[in-house]
Write a protein that binds this ligand. Structure first.
Ligand SMILES: [Zn+2]
Length: 390
């Protein structure tokens, strides 16, 4: 049965916007969107006056096993496998309700994100489409080791990459530098070397998968880019040379502006470990500056929140979009960064990521038009995944 939403404002996710437009959906697919849909008749017609349709959002950096607890690594160390699995489910529901129909999960202990993905795909439970890394790959004692596989040397990292791919990872997550949350680890200092990361990137490519690198300091970012990584996560210290390198390699930036924002906002709470607050405050301004520079230079950007880090809650995807806008990104480009660019980065853009004929019917109806006010991203009227209302 075909359903038509008419009188809507429609953003395709690829830069176009149509007013007084329509979308027709049948059997979980988009039959038509835009002018063709306006002319079409359907079994059921819904008046969407005042509503704006955008493709289902992709949050390209989440931790479904973390709740936004002030000290998430302590929480991970305490959780049993069952508790961790329940967290994945509950946080997945929160994402879905906020219009996030796809998540890229970058780091889950025991590869629980992959089990969650399988359960959703099998129809056992509702949830967003999950593209998971399973356990991240880090050097011994490296950033994020509580949810990671520790590996050293090219052979060691290659072995870890192969094991993670064997477990069913869609993407390999590699730690190129230290980070904010791990004590005694400096965000600026390199961790896995270029050669180590290259071994993992090669294995991912052979398996037809992509890679992501937690990379905050300049040297580590450059190592990851030269190793052929698909995405740089955070990219806090980006200088002109590094930006040039990213353009040359076609590396995508996932800035996760919300992560340091929420730590700095809650610095006075006393709950976040002091070492993390100190590092986040130090990173905050320079991160903003790096984002502005990358944007201006034309680095490809995909939206991701790092949800699960302190006070950075699942279901608050709009915050990242608001920050991107506050730091100079136009709304139309933000929509692309949160949809089509994300799908392209995951290599799934032929089937999802935009409102176009033949694509999966993942879409969100907003109560307002974000070009009239950025707050519209948080005013979600309805979410549809594969044509079904969430
Ligand atoms: Zn993260």
């Amino acid at each position: 049965m075909a359903t038509k939403w008419e009188n809507i404002t429609l953003y395709t996710g690829r830069g176009e916007k149509f007013r007084e437009s329509a979308i027709v959906v049948e059997g979980g697919r988009i039959v038509a969107a835009g002018d063709e849909a306006v002319r079409m008749t359907a079994d059921e017609t819904v008046d969407g006056s005042g509503k704006t349709a955008v493709p289902g959002f992709f949050d390209m950096h989440v931790h479904l096993g973390m709740d936004g607890d002030a000290d998430p690594f302590a929480q991970i160390e305490k959780d049993s496998q069952a508790t961790a699995a329940y967290r994945h489910y509950v946080n997945g529901q929160k994402q879905l309700k906020a219009g996030v129909t796809s998540v890229r999960n970058l780091g889950s202990k025991w590869h629980i994100d992959l089990e969650f993905r399988n359960a959703v795909n099998a129809g056992l439970m509702a949830g967003p489409a999950v593209y998971g890394s399973g356990q991240a790959i880090v050097m011994t004692g490296g950033h994020g080791y509580p949810f990671s596989t520790e590996a050293d040397g090219e052979d060691g990292v290659r072995k870890a990459a192969r094991s993670t791919l064997k477990a069913g990872a869609d993407v390999l997550k590699l730690m190129a530098t230290g980070g904010v949350m791990t004590p005694g680890v400096d965000p600026g200092s390199p961790q896995l070397s270029e050669k180590e990361m290259r071994a993992a990137v090669e294995e991912a490519k052979h398996a037809g998968k992509t890679t992501a690198s937690h990379a905050q300091g300049t040297e580590g970012i450059q190592n990851a880019v030269r190793a052929g990584i698909t995405t740089i996560e955070h990219g806090i210290f980006l200088d002109d040379e590094t930006i040039e390198l990213m353009l040359e390699y076609g590396t995508v930036l996932v800035p996760t502006l919300a992560a340091p924002y929420y730590i700095v906002q809650n610095a006075e709470s006393g709950a976040i470990p002091p070492h993390a607050v100190k590092k986040a405050v130090h990173c905050f301004d320079v991160h903003q500056e790096s984002f502005r520079k990358a944007l201006k230079a034309g680095v490809k950007i995909a939206a991701g929140t790092d949800a699960g880090t302190p006070f950075n809650l699942h279901g608050d995807f709009a915050k990242e979009l608001e920050l991107m806008n506050a730091y100079g990104m136009p709304v139309r480009d933000i929509i692309t960064a949160a949809t089509y660019h994300a799908a392209e980065t995951l290599n799934v853009h032929h089937k999802t990521g935009s409102l176009e004929k033949g694509k999966t019917a993942d879409f969100v109806l907003l109560n307002g038009d974000p070009e009239d006010g950025i707050g519209a991203f948080r005013d979600v009227h309805a979410v549809y995944k594969e044509g079904g209302r969430v």
